[in-house]
Design a protein around this ligand. Structure first.
Ligand SMILES: N[C@@H](CCC(=O)N[C@@H](CS)C(=O)NCC(=O)O)C(=O)O
Length: 246
């Protein structure tokens, strides 16, 4: 489905292949049927192109369209909808109220769910860890109710947060699925999403993993576990040591 408009689409992504944010952008590009050049970055040694394209946060992903950079994964998804309205399904709902609801929960997933969940591994203190587990489960409980509400489509329940097809919130939350699995496993806990506590989310997660273009983009949980063990644990340890010595 290549067209003149998509000329020069480049995605600055992570070489690790496990970044939920980069995967979001890839899912959006897949939904829109767009072809692009993938430029893998080593986050320990950022390229000049990344630093010039995202001088504020210096983070991935960055979508470059016709030489102009678009930063932040959720903003990239919105941009793809606006820039390529004729391509594939719409990522954001068309209805203005449903759009803001999707944006609200996508922001909640980033600002509350994921920080709580990764926080479980960042602390060695049992009480702090228990608090983070509680916060994660409570956030998932709220998302379970949000799914029931968002996926209402007439009388029947639609399969995704976005209704009949994957939308912004599906991608925002779904990109973290391998991370939730990996964090739960590393913390020695039962899975966060289970049929008894969050039945709708558990069924949604199965559907999400099987959907195109998710199937080929979502990394296996053990790859994320390896990344946490070999890259993040040492990084957190170094940060704690630096804090203690300053
Ligand atoms: N809010 C950003 C988060 C992006 C983010 O954290 N990207 C990671 C991907 S690995 C990154 O670039 N990390 C490198 C760094 O923090 O220096 C988004 O949604 O795009």
């Amino acid at each position: 489905m290549a067209g003149a408009q998509e000329q020069g689409l480049k995605l600055l992504g992570a070489a690790s292949g496990v970044s939920p944010y980069v995967i979001r952008a890839q899912m959006g590009l897949g939904i829109k049927g767009l072809t692009y050049d993938y430029l893998p970055e080593d986050t320990r040694c950022k390229s000049d192109l990344l630093l010039v394209s995202n001088p504020v946060h210096k983070k991935l992903p960055v979508l470059i369209h016709g030489g102009r950079p678009v930063c932040e994964s959720l903003i990239i998804l919105e941009y793809l909808d606006d820039a390529f309205p004729e391509n594939g399904a719409s990522i954001l709902p068309v209805d203005p109220y449903r759009r803001v609801v999707a944006r609200f929960w996508a922001a909640y997933v980033d600002s509350k769910l994921f920080p709580s969940c990764i926080g479980i591994l960042k602390t060695g203190k049992p009480q702090q860890r228990a608090d983070k587990v509680e916060e994660t489960l409570s956030a998932l409980g709220l998302l379970e109710s949000a799914l029931a509400e968002c996926s209402k489509k007439g009388e029947a329940e639609a399969p995704f947060f976005g209704g009949g097809s994957l939308g912004l919130l599906d991608i925002a939350l779904g990109s973290y699925l391998p991370w939730l699995e990996a964090i739960g496993h590393l913390a020695g806990m039962p899975p966060f999403l289970d049929a008894a506590r969050t039945p709708k989310l558990a069924t949604w997660a199965e559907r999400f993993r099987a959907a195109e273009p998710v199937r080929v983009l979502l990394p296996a949980a053990d790859k994320v576990e390896e990344y946490i063990s070999t890259v993040l644990y040492p990084k957190w340890k170094a940060a704690l040591t630096a804090l203690a010595t300053n």
